[in-house]
Design a protein around this ligand. Sequence first.
Ligand SMILES: [Zn+2]
Length: 709
Amino acid sequence: MRSAVHLALFTALVTVFVSPAHSSEIAMQSSKVSAAPAAEVTPSWVKDSVAKMKRELLAKYGDSQSERVQRGLQQVAEFWRAEDGDAAAFEDFVRTNFAGDQATLDTMFNRLESLLEQLGGHMHKINREFRQQSDLDLGSVLPFDEIIAGYDPSAHVIDDFFQNKLAFVVLLNFPLTTLDQRLKDGPSWSRRQWAEARLAEGFSKRIPADVNLGIAQAGAQAEQYISEYNIWTYHLVDAQGQRVFPPKMRLLSHWNLRDEIKADYADSSNGLAKQRTIQQVMERIVTQTIPAVVVNNPAVDWNPFTNEVATAAAKDSDTASSAPAKPSNAREPDARYAMLQKTFFASKKADPYSPTAPTLIARRFDDDREIPEARVRAMLEQVLTSPLVPQVAKLIESRLKRPLEPFDVWYSGFRPGSQYTEAQLHEMVAKKYPTAQAYQKDIPNLLMKLGFSPERAQYVANNIVVDPARGSGHAMGAEMRDEKAHLRTRVEKGGMNYKGFNIAVHEMGHNVEQTFSLNDIDHTLLKGVPNTAFTEALAFVFQGHDLELLGLPAPDARSLAEKTLNDFWGTYEIAGVALVDMAVWHWMYEHPQATPKELNDATLQIAKDVWNNYYAPVFHKKDVVLLGVYSHMIDSFLYLPDYPIGHLIAFQIEEQIKKAGSIGPEFERMAKMGDVTPDLWMEHATGKPVGPEALLAATQAALNAVERR
Ligand SMILES: [Zn+2]
């Protein structure tokens, strides 16, 4: 949420928080990529004008304003270019706009805060409407819809504000801060100081609008590619040439494929064959040896082991099918990596305008997450190399009564809910929620089950609108208090299925956080949470209680130990995925001239290396590429590290909520802290900074508890 985001200027593109575990990641983080002052084009007279105005302002307002005068002049000078005006214009601007007394400064702050909320909120609303056709299940997406979805009405806002000098008003009067300062001094700042810091940060970069637009378009294109990447599993034949999946099953890569692997642990007859088949499909996607003709096509049968394709011998879909008489198994021509590269090329164009964070990698970690990359890597490695990993792996093997296979990174047997079959859960959910409206109507009830008072539940429910999603679901917050948060959920013809419900509960967690952290916070400049890991963590809290929301029993102590082990194993899995994402972005920066095929090869090598380092020792198999299957890698601009951090944070928060005894009020207290640094937020919420220790300690305890039985 760094830079312009808390200003709400660009938020239209940043508020689509999506289920880490489940849903299509549509966070168009592109807008967070901002540009920076072009010091090299600072006019030569600026230095003299700064000295002159310093004398003049100090004479007028006195020495008490010395620090502000000095800082403000320096900040304006850094961004001023010849086209902004000559020395006289500069001096006149400073003379007119320096708020030299507290009352004027207060007025300026209050009005800016309110107006920027309005601006961001309306921009966001336009964006939401323009993305409607591509985001919602409303029939076919025509080419022009994609153009509209890729349009960012706020792309020129920063330019406009530099042009009309509103940006300079802010820079003249409010402090720019570095991450170091925020980490070091932030804990002793007042809320107003924090709000002022976020206000100024919105103008800490001066990026050309066409660069922002290019990033948004590359993101929208990649996202469209991902959102239609379905595999019709009835048309998969296993290693023995048998159909192992039921008709009409259409699985979106990678979310539904992975979740099917998880669900198949409950299928004692065919589960293993299904899992091995899906693993094979995933590897074909990652390596791009998948036949192009089988993507989103129920008209072709495919054996992913031999890679043979044939015209479908059985029909299970009314979808207009276009199968050639003799379909070719010609591979998808690196489209996956070409898409990823487009997001890289677009992001890279912002680099020259961002000298303090001159790569997308730096902008992600320093600006957005506000946790340095080295610290994130260290936390992930702490989990990956934990001595608990082989212990938990051994436990899984003993339960499966077989050696681990690579797809067991998605082992779901620790889930407390696995006493119910997917079919049982599906039946319950479909009956309860035949339509998106039925879910909407039930939100107050669901929130009361989570410990919110009837009044708070109704209040929050009134701020959430449920829409039918085209993809697997996402949440889109409001950006001004007159607007509502949107919950996008996928409801199939026969009603919502359990996966859809699980996602909807997660997205509802986002919506609740979004509502409190906007509508109930002291400063709208501090709306939101420190970074996406926090909103994910808070959503996990909801998601973790989905069975109770179905009226099924709350997990007992034994189930809770299982849940902890599940969290640990999930964190172990996604930590590796995140390291792959990070390494791939580093590789792209080191090889800007690479072809998509070269990027393909490099990604495979990176995925294998991470696997060989952290997974092969317990899986006893080398060179597996599964860690590269996540769709986020393609369309989400280095978003994946947020997920493992999210798990760590979720664990800290969940522990805190357990201590508090009820989700509702504690969730609300935390969500109202707003957009400060991650460690400061976590200190306020739980008394400790962000870290993996809580998860590791609890995992050890859970392991002991399980092994004692
Ligand atoms: Zn999410």
